[in-house]
Design a protein around this ligand. Structure first.
Ligand code: ADP
Ligand code: ADP
Length: 228
């Protein structure tokens, strides 16, 4: 699904990604764990080309993302939904409007949008919150809205950047449960960037450990973390 080969990236003179190699398989939940500053977010943002990289290659379904033009980039990002630690919802818009946004960008009709948003809100379990503003929702509810928005265009992959780091332990569990359901039901590949070991242990089948811009280890979660 996603192949990362010998990727290097600098911010100015600082090397923030150093010879990164990773293969994310279709249908898996893949974790990337490491301390703050390890380069996890940067790597994730290289995959959907929110960042560029100097050398190496990243392919999504066989296509090098570095070479895409504007139009191709729009379709790449359609295939790669993304969620964030602080949800990134538009505060002045309702839940409905937040989830409808990507559909409007892709020129769905009003009827299609209404139907699709309803489906998405019931998938993530917040049908009743449609007309509310994000500020009136709990953290877990906000992340559900963000997940609904990220799924709106039927992505093949969900990129999760510290998606549970702003949530309490119980809410974290319920969001991880939802992501697991989405992975199974919709066969969406998930990449979980996190500094929380619990997240990796709970839902990731494989994991890469990053430090100082490098991959230290990569393998099955069981083998790396669960043996002892
Ligand atoms: P992580 O997600 O693992 O916390 P990041 O990818 O956010 O790590 O950051 C990796 C390194 O790159 C850090 O040293 C950070 O300070 C630096 N960095 C991140 N974004 C920028 C930027 N836009 N400009 C300069 N340096 C950055
Ligand atoms: P129509 O164009 O058929 O009149 P609308 O777009 O007005 O349909 O809305 C149909 C349904 O979609 C409404 O009952 C409402 O629940 C929902 N809806 C539409 N727009 C919004 C919105 N901005 N916020 C919340 N719900 C909306």
């Amino acid at each position: 699904m996603i192949q990362i080969c010998e990727v290097n990236k600098y911010y100015g003179k600082t090397k923030v990604l150093n010879d990164i190699n990773m293969h994310i398989k279709e249908g898996e939940i893949f974790g990337i764990i490491g301390h703050s500053g390890a380069g996890k977010s940067t790597l994730l943002r290289c995959i959907n080309r929110l960042e560029t990289y100097e050398d190496g290659s990243i392919t999504v379904q066989g296509r090098e993302v570095k070479n895409l033009d504007e139009r191709e980039l729009r379709f790449l990002r359609k295939d790669l939904g993304m969620i964030f630690q602080h949800f990134s919802l538009l505060e002045r818009k309702t839940v409905f409007e937040n989830v409808a946004l990507p559909l409007e960008c892709f020129k769905y009709s009003k009827n299609e949008i209404n139907k699709r948003v309803d489906e998405l809100l019931s998938l993530v379990g917040i049908q009743g919150k449609k007309n509310m503003k994000p500020r009136n929702l709990s953290g877990g509810q906000k992340q559900r809205v963000a997940i609904a928005r990220a799924l709106a265009l039927n992505p093949k992959v969900l990129l999760c950047d510290e998606a549970t780091s702003a949530l309490d332990p119980n809410t974290t569990k319920s969001i991880l449960g939802l992501l697991q359901d989405i992975n199974k039901k919709l066969n969406i590949t998930i990449i979980m960037v996190t500094h929380q070991m619990e997240v990796i242990k709970q839902i990731c089948s494989r994991v890469a450990i990053m430090e100082n811009g490098e991959v230290l280890e990569i393998g099955d979660t069981e083998e790396l973390f669960l043996q002892n």
